[in-house]
Design a protein around this ligand. Structure first.
Ligand code: 13P
Length: 248
């Protein structure tokens, strides 16, 4: 089955010259890249169009790192999922732990964003795993259940989940493959409880947190994840390309 490899560039490339250098190096790595998998990159919102145009012919998809929960109106500073879609993006990351932490996003906010993303046919990548102080497993349960209970089976099939243990993000530490596998199975069981086993098996579940070329094969294949969400390593096009090659 095809894996999905997503690079989350977060709030990096803080000027145009850094963006251009990154773009040039990325294109160099990916223009001849042959992969059976699906690769996507999520740049800062303001560079979405630039990356779409740059990578249009490479087969690499574009995603946004967030969106707003309405399609238009007086919401100063927010970005409509419709605008993101119209630029050519295919994905939108929603509910990343950094947004839950720094922007105080709740499960309800996340669900509203997912609803609007689906409405314009953007595929939401819903991040779960934020540890707000309790047990991580309870956090994951709450976050996944909130989505599962608010969306129909048809909608759930168009949502991707990304399990990202907050302590693994940017730390160089990763859970064991057994732990990731257990959590992926657990997320599927929550989906299955409401929408049935068949639906649960069709939903994409990614792993994210300190993924690099050296650990991606184990973290993705031994865990039966449907792909990976890569932060730090995607800031180097060469390292990101190595990750993609490892899964070929
Ligand atoms: P790192 O790969 O830097 O740990 O980041 C993971 C992440 O937050 C991806 O969304």
């Amino acid at each position: 089955m095809q894996k999905l490899i997503v690079g989350n560039l977060k709030m990096n490339m803080e000027n145009l010259s850094q963006r251009d250098t990154y773009g040039k190096d990325f294109l160099e790595e990916f223009k001849q890249m042959k992969t059976k998998n699906h690769v996507a990159v999520c740049p800062p919102m303001i560079y979405l169009e630039y990356f779409y145009k740059l990578l249009n012919k490479t087969g690499v998809s574009i995603g946004a790192q967030d969106c707003f929960w309405e399609l238009y109106g007086s919401y100063t500073g927010n970005t409509s999922p419709k605008t993101i879609k119209s630029i050519g993006a295919q994905f939108v990351i929603v509910g990343h732990s950094e947004r839950r932490q720094y922007n105080h996003e709740t499960d309800e906010d996340v669900a509203r964003k997912v609803l609007m993303a689906l409405r314009v046919e953007l595929m939401p990548i819903v991040c779960v795993g934020y540890n707000s102080g309790g047990e991580e497993i309870d956090n994951v349960k709450e976050q996944v259940e909130f989505i599962v209970k608010n969306f129909s089976q048809d909608e759930i099939e168009n949502i991707i989940f990304a399990y990202e243990p907050v302590w693994a993000i940017g730390s160089g530490k990763t859970p064991t493959t057994d732990d990731v596998h257990t959590m992926i199975m657990y997320i599927r069981s929550i989906i299955a409880a409401t929408h049935g086993k068949e639906c649960a098996e069709g939903v994409g579940i990614l792993y994210g947190g300190s993924v690099v070329a050296e650990n991606v094969t184990d973290l993705c294949t031994k865990t039966y994840a449907d792909g990976v969400l890569v932060g730090g390593a995607s800031l180097s096009p060469r390292k990101f390309a190595q990750i993609v090659r490892m899964l070929n």
